[in-house]
Design a protein. Structure first.
Lengths: 185, 633
């Protein structure tokens, strides 16, 4: 009986996840071949070198740095290619596609893709004060995570919210801060 | 400038060394994009300064539109070993590309493939329309641009009239070159083979922070094709093209000025001599809730053969404004083009009553993309175009895109497109053989399309589209009953064409990429009751029922690429062309980031094969090998 109900629970969880997957994710084209998303994918990886996480964010020294794509994945093969064989602070890099937050998957960097089931603001709220570097995209939503991609002068640039990062225990190097643009007037 | 006739000679000794010297921009470590492997090596500051594709800087109607669009990447062009633009177009599974002889190509989508009939596809190079005023087709030998400076080629099959105008009847080939900011430094390339050859050199520099430029020169020899017996037809054409591009990037303004000049002629005694040039300026800046873009260009095209002159001057101005207004993303624009053509034929009786004519072409268009729900978009647009022959033409389209899930999109479209008459359609005459056709009307297409795009896994993507095209008033060469003569070009064909185009891309492992494509069509085009026509291939084309594309790209080692591609092309009915399998392969070795050597073999399975045209008139394409070297600082 116990077996049966745990099976039922996990089946329901899968169906729910499947539904979420079917319902999620709106407009972004699935395999965006443009250079813009290749650059963003590379940035997602590179940010890791300029960011520190609290010890508690990892369960062990061999634990990977996980980049989560929440909602529609606009990167196609760009992200797997950019991260292949790469490390962040000596840790391997893993990629996870998620429909919603929070999620049992432990994320270290979370990119907020388009989604019809959960707003970017709701996802940021779900991640609040967790040691996750939240990355939003001006193309998807105006809500700003710790890092927000914007297009400026036909280049991919980003803004940083150092206060939000600090509140979550994430350290951002001065080099990255210097490269960021200021969105406030 | 007898130009590149001299290429083999000049290159004989001095290029021997240069041949060993050519270049490569980057190792494409992971058989994906060169761009991507470039990005991997960049510092974070360099990343922040990469100029992203000009098409995504503002709402880009074409790329985002739910349509059958295939993108040819710079990496794919390099790995194809192609020396000329039409050869690179063979990469697109939604195109039919057939070479008739040394210099003439038939390039079309969704049918109508022959040198004479391939005039329903619009080719654009950096915003400049390159179809001929004379017959509405494209002289591909006159578009000898530098392949290594191409950023992307978007190949859209299906009507694009709403945005691109008449002639974008069943396809658009949009060639976008890189910004001069992305082509800095010295670059050289030499390709030497038994069929096509070329050399190219480019220098890119920066005058100050916002202003960059490049200059280039390219020489190409479109080699001799062969007779069925294997002797040379001596139809080679050699040409030289040079040009420049400058980009100025202010805080908000982007200004591009570019130009090309070229000359070419037949190796064996002036059968064809071509020449021309163009200069274009484009300016864009954010205005209101979007971007305003203005563009002007001038183009001169000459194509002469003994007894025949054909000179065209084109002036064109275009304006476009994009804007995002709530759930609406709109694009509105317009343009005007004036063309003056002189065509004079003293070789035979086929001529125009008025050899020199100036005709105007104006258009306005509007398209709205309405986001109905986060996963549902509706697109509607219309173009009004005025031409001197048939007056106002209307080209509307409506599309819907449903993002079923993050990785699955279904789209559908209904479009109307027209092909307006060319000068040949209306004015060509040769009394008493051929009467002019002052009543020749626009050919019309009503197209229904449905497509599905998916990315079932991060290493697998696929696209499939089906279409049903209904044609009215298609051109026919109609004869007079009983007496046969005179003949006249008339709108005497009609009917439908349906087909499917599909392609998939699979990366089983990082260093191995597989591509598969298929393209099949069925034509049911008829002659109006009571009419008798001749030479239907010249109006309706002569198409393979199916084409299959297979390509495997290995990165055998960090510095070694091996590409193997096959195209399986079904037989053509009339004139008959047997089916063939073109097996191509390329092996490249990178000595360093600066230098790459490669060996390309094409059409390896057969000594030679014909691809299109009348048996008396066509050349056969021989097996060929090209040694190529690329070199950059």
């Amino acid at each position: 009986m116990i077996l049966r109900s745990s099976f039922a629970r996990s089946a329901w969880a899968r169906i729910a996840a499947l539904l979420a997957l079917i319902l999620a994710g709106p407009s972004a084209a699935p395999a965006n071949e443009s250079l813009e998303f290749a650059v963003k994918a590379t940035f997602l990886l590179r940010f890791g070198d300029f960011v520190t996480w609290p010890e508690t964010a990892f369960s062990g020294p061999a634990d990977p740095v996980t980049i989560c794509i929440v909602g529609t994945d606009p990167f196609g093969t760009f992200l797997p290619e950019a991260t292949k064989g790469q490390t962040i602070h000596g840790r391997p890099v893993a990629i996870a596609d998620l429909a919603e937050l929070p999620s049992p998957t432990k994320c270290h960097i979370a990119y907020m893709g388009a989604s019809s089931t959960q707003s970017v603001a709701a996802r940021l709220k779900a991640m609040k004060d967790m040691p996750v570097l939240t990355v939003t995209d001006g193309r998807v939503d105006e809500a700003a995570g710790m890092i927000k991609f914007v297009i400026q002068d036909n280049r991919v640039r980003f803004a940083i919210d150092p206060d939000a990062a600090e509140a979550s225990g994430i350290g951002i190097s001065s080099k990255l801060l210097a490269l960021a643009i200021n969105l406030k007037p | 400038m007898t130009a590149i006739k001299a290429l083999p000679r000049v290159c004989g000794v001095s290029c021997g060394a240069a041949l060993l010297a050519v270049l490569v921009q980057r190792p494409a470590l992971a058989a994906l994009d060169t761009q991507l492997s470039n990005l991997r090596r960049m510092s974070i500051e360099e990343l922040a300064s990469v100029e992203i594709s000009s098409v995504s800087k503002s709402p880009e109607p074409l790329a985002e539109a739910p349509s059958a669009v295939y993108v040819i990447t710079p990496d794919a062009i390099r790995r194809s070993g192609a020396v000329t633009l039409p050869e690179a177009l063979r990469l697109a599974p939604n195109l039919i590309v057939a070479r008739k002889d040394s210099l003439n190509y038939a390039v079309s989508a969704r049918g109508f493939n022959s040198v004479e009939a391939s005039r329903k596809i619009l080719a654009i190079i950096d915003g400049r329309s390159v179809y001929s005023f004379l017959h509405s087709g494209v002289f591909w030998d006159s578009q000898d641009i530098m392949l290594d400076d191409i950023q992307r080629i978007e190949v859209v099959s299906g009507p694009g009239g709403t945005l691109w105008g008449a002639n974008a009847v069943n396809g658009v080939i949009n060639i976008v070159s890189k910004s001069s900011r992305d082509t800095q430094g010295l670059f050289g390339k030499v390709s030497y083979g038994n069929l096509d050859r070329s050399f190219a050199a480019r220098f890119g520099g920066q005058i100050n922070e916002p202003l960059t430029y490049r200059v280039y020169i390219k020489g190409t020899r479109h080699g001799d094709t062969e007779t069925p017996a294997g002797t040379s037809r001596r139809d080679a054409l050699s040409g030289l093209q040079g040009g420049f591009r400058a980009d100025w990037q202010g805080n908000e303004d982007l200004v591009t000025v570019q130009g090309d000049i070229y000359h070419g002629d037949s190796d064996q005694g002036g059968q064809v001599e071509l020449g021309g040039g163009n200069v274009l300026a484009r300016w864009s800046r954010p205005v209101g809730p979007g971007t305003l873009q203005a563009q002007v260009y001038y183009d001169r095209t000459q194509r002469d053969s003994p007894g025949v002159v054909d000179h065209t001057d084109t002036y064109d101005i275009d304006l476009q404004q994009n804007a995002v207004l709530g759930a609406h993303s709109v694009v509105v624009g317009g343009g005007y083009r004036v063309r003056t053509e002189t065509f004079n034929n003293t070789l035979n009786a086929f001529n125009f009553a008025t050899p020199r004519k100036t005709l105007g072409l104006g258009n306005v268009y509007f398209q709205d993309t309405l986001t109905l729900a986060s996963s549902l978009k509706f697109i509607a647009g219309i173009k009004f175009e005025h031409n001197a022959f048939t007056g106002w033409e209307v080209m509307p389209n409506a599309r819907i895109a449903w993002q079923v899930s993050p990785r699955n999109m279904v789209w559908a479209a209904v479009s109307r497109a027209v092909q307006t008459p060319s000068r040949i359609d209306r004015e060509l005459e040769a009394p008493p053989l051929l009467l002019p056709a002052p009543d020749f009307e626009s050919e019309q297409l009503l197209a229904y399309e449905v497509g599905y795009r998916a990315q079932p896994a991060s290493n697998l993507s696929l696209s499939i589209s089906v279409y049903y095209d209904i044609y009215h008033d298609v051109r026919a060469t109609t004869i007079t009953p009983v007496t046969v003569l005179p003949i006249q070009l008339r709108n005497d064909h009609y009917g439908h064409v349906y087909g499917v185009e599909a392609w998939a891309n699979y990366n089983p492992i990082a260093w191995w990429r597989l591509e598969f494509g298929v393209n099949a069509l069925h034509k049911a085009l008829k002659t109006k009751p009571g009419k008798i026509v001749i030479a239907p291939d010249q109006s309706l084309g002569n198409d393979p029922d199916y084409q299959v594309f297979l390509r495997s790209s290995f990165a055998i080692a960090r510095d070694v690429d091996l590409d193997i591609g096959a195209r399986i092309i079904d037989a053509l009915a009339d004139p008959a062309v047997p089916s063939y399998i073109a097996l191509d392969t390329r092996l490249a070795y990178r000595f360093s980031d600066q230098l790459e050597l490669s060996l390309t073999g094409q059409n390896l399975l057969e000594n030679r094969h014909p691809e299109t045209g009348q048996p008396t008139d066509r050349g056969e394409i021989p097996r060929s090998f090209v040694v190529s070297a690329r070199w950059s600082f």
